[in-house]
Design a protein. Sequence first.
Length: 254
Amino acid sequence: MRTITTATRGLVVAILIAVVTGCGAGTPSTAPLDPSEAARQRVIDTADLDCLDDTSPLVAITDAEQDMTAAIQVGTGDTAVVLLHQLDGTACQWYPFALILAQRGYRALAPDITSRDAVDVAQAGIAHLRAGGAKRVFVIGASRGGTVALAASAATTPPVDGVIALSAPTVYDADALTAVTKLEAPTILIAGDLDGTFAEHARELYGLSVAKHKKLLIRSSVSHGVTLLSGDIEDTVMAFLTDPATTADAPDPA
């Protein structure tokens, strides 16, 4: 009778492991992410957006300087909307409205702007949507986001299909006063006349605007930015996404 020693057993185990490993040599292993994809994933994983249960709605957009920013993206369709939040908010500020847009067949992208390079981020959002197949792109911004929406849209080629600014200051991390003298896309400016001086800003921007199709909506309201988006204002926004020129030229529904 043969006896297998401990050493022999070790040799047999080693051979079996080698055989098993060799048999799996042809099975593709999970390749590590390339550096750009790894960086993109880090941006998504570290985004601080408490309105999301998981990161599935998040993408990373890249600006002209190759800096990345996290953004909430929902919906599909040929028409897309960039949503720019207020200074005191995050991309979560626009998430409920983004979901409404998605339900109505639009694609919505809300960047989480944490730097002062807000115009670059907005333009990156426009480019991201176009690269993803969007045939029409609109930009909507609230407060500082409205100022940025006007400035970024004025500097974007080809032109966007329309811009809406809610409670936009004339200058805030961007120069909307100069922007509206160049921005030819259909434009709607909205503000509440009980909200500080924002109605005055809207009137000044409207007066300087060179857009052929433009509208000024001033409401007797203390609401600011995103909170203006209800009732007839929301109806106007939705109509604008369908037919910007006609909506901008139509009489004030109020």
